[in-house]
Ligand binder design. Structure first.
Ligand code: NDP
Ligand code: GDR
Length: 335
């Protein structure tokens, strides 16, 4: 039985990855940070099967202590202050947790002499958008142009991962993941904000119009459970590498709104208002990724595309969304 350690296990991706690794028969450990209110709702359904440890990516000693106890075969570094807009409000903490956190984890492994396979959660935000690239589809070869404290921190973490791989021969892979969403997405990210509001409208619980920022921004939006399977596949390769996971389609926030409201037979224009405070000092206008390296190397490709994702998210707000996960796990683990 393999042992995995996940930082960020209480987040969207960490919770799906924990589900998938348990399904595969792993012993799953997770890093949880102390909170004054309960922050484990996404993993409560598997509580008895998980090994949770208090630690924090801003605290090296806590990381050393957990790693020395667990001796993981695989480490997935998903912990981060992951909200782009909020990273402008708390840039220092974002750099500490999202950037230096990755460094602390790698350096802790090195000083302990541990050699697990490591996944570093990189982001399409590192590219700063297709307008900063010469390619129609962003690939692993395109240069980074970070446009937020969050993206700067992720670029730093990415380069640390490459450096530990080259300097110390560590098996560290960078996933460069484009947006991936789900019913477990945090409520302040735009897709979940919209689908929650749609459910409120449907049940006559909406309290005033939905306040949104830039509706013209375009994202390459996929389905999160499929992306965590890609993280795992990346670490099963003999050689570490850097891989994009994306859908190869891009759609605007406005298109997401249109489809989400269509699900309940409403016109979104009657329900939204613009709030300048939700605009960003520097926006990433368009993201569109090329996942062919991941497809050619380890057979990963997206199953769910834009319209299907919107439908899944709206339906899940209206009913139980856990059904159907088994199908995803089986598809990606077929070999
Ligand atoms: P979430 O914001 O849902 O989860 C982030 C996790 O990190 C939470 O468990 C959070 O804990 C934890 N965390 C935050 N700060 C610390 C800290 N100082 N020490 C330890 N843990 C901490 O993110 P996602 O699940 O969506 O994303 C997972 C990773 O992938 C992140 O690194 C994100 O930046 C990256 N990513 C995400 C993409 C996406 O579209 N979802 C795309 C590309 C990259 P708590 O619950 O206590 O807040
Ligand atoms: P993003 O996701 O910044 O792409 O980062 P988010 O959902 O926050 O924004 C997507 C786009 O929607 C626009 N927008 C709004 N965004 C939010 N949050 N709230 C609003 O009300 C709103 N109105 C319009 C934004 O301006 C933006 O253009 C996510 C995170 O998961 C990162 O951690 C990850 O690295 C990237 O995806 C890939």
């Amino acid at each position: 039985m393999k042992t995995a350690l996940i930082t960020g296990i209480t987040g969207q991706d960490g919770s799906y990855l924990a589900d998938f690794l348990l399904y595969l028969g792993y012993e799953v450990h997770g890093v949880v940070r102390r909170s004054s209110s309960i922050n484990t709702k996404r993993i409560d359904h598997s509580f008895g099967r998980l090994h949770l440890h208090h630690a924090d990516l801003t605290d090296s000693a806590s990381l050393v202590s957990v790693l020395a106890k667990v001796h993981p075969d695989e480490v997935y570094n998903l912990g981060a202050q992951s909200h782009v807009r909020v990273s402008y409000d708390v840039p220092g903490f974002t750099h500490e947790a999202t950037g230096l956190g990755a460094f602390r984890l790698l350096e802790s492994l090195r000083t302990l002499g541990l050699t697990p396979r490591v996944y570093q959660a990189g982001s399409s935000e590192m590219f700063g958008g297709n307008e900063h690239s010469c390619c129609e589809f962003l690939s692993e070869e395109c240069r980074f142009h970070p446009r937020s404290p969050y993206a700067c921190a992720k670029v730093f973490a990415h380069h640390c991962a490459v450096n530990y791989r080259e300097a110390y021969g560590m098996h560290v892979s960078n996933g460069i993941l484009f947006n991936h969403e789900s019913p477990r997405r945090g409520e302040t990210f735009v897709t979940r904000k919209i689908t929650r509001y749609v459910a409120e409208v449907f049940y006559n619980r909406a309290d005033g119009p939905l306040k949104l920022g830039n509706l013209e921004a375009k994202r390459d939006w996929g389905y999160a459970p499929e992306y965590v399977c890609g993280m795992w596949r990346m670490l099963q390769q003999d050689r570490p590498g850097d891989y994009i996971l994306a859908t190869g389609e891009t759609h605007s926030v406005r298109e997401f709104l249109e489809l989400a409201f269509q699900e309940i037979g409403e016109d979104y224009r009657a329900h939204i208002t613009r709030d300048e405070r939700l605009l960003r000092p520097a926006e990433v206008n368009t993201l569109l990724g090329d996942y062919s390296l991941a497809e050619n190397t380890f057979g990963w490709r997206p199953m769910t595309h834009f319209a299907g994702l919107v439908k899944k998210m709206v339906q899940a707000e209206l009913e139980d969304y856990e059904r159907g996960l088994e199908e995803v796990w089986r598809f990606y683990h077929k070999d």
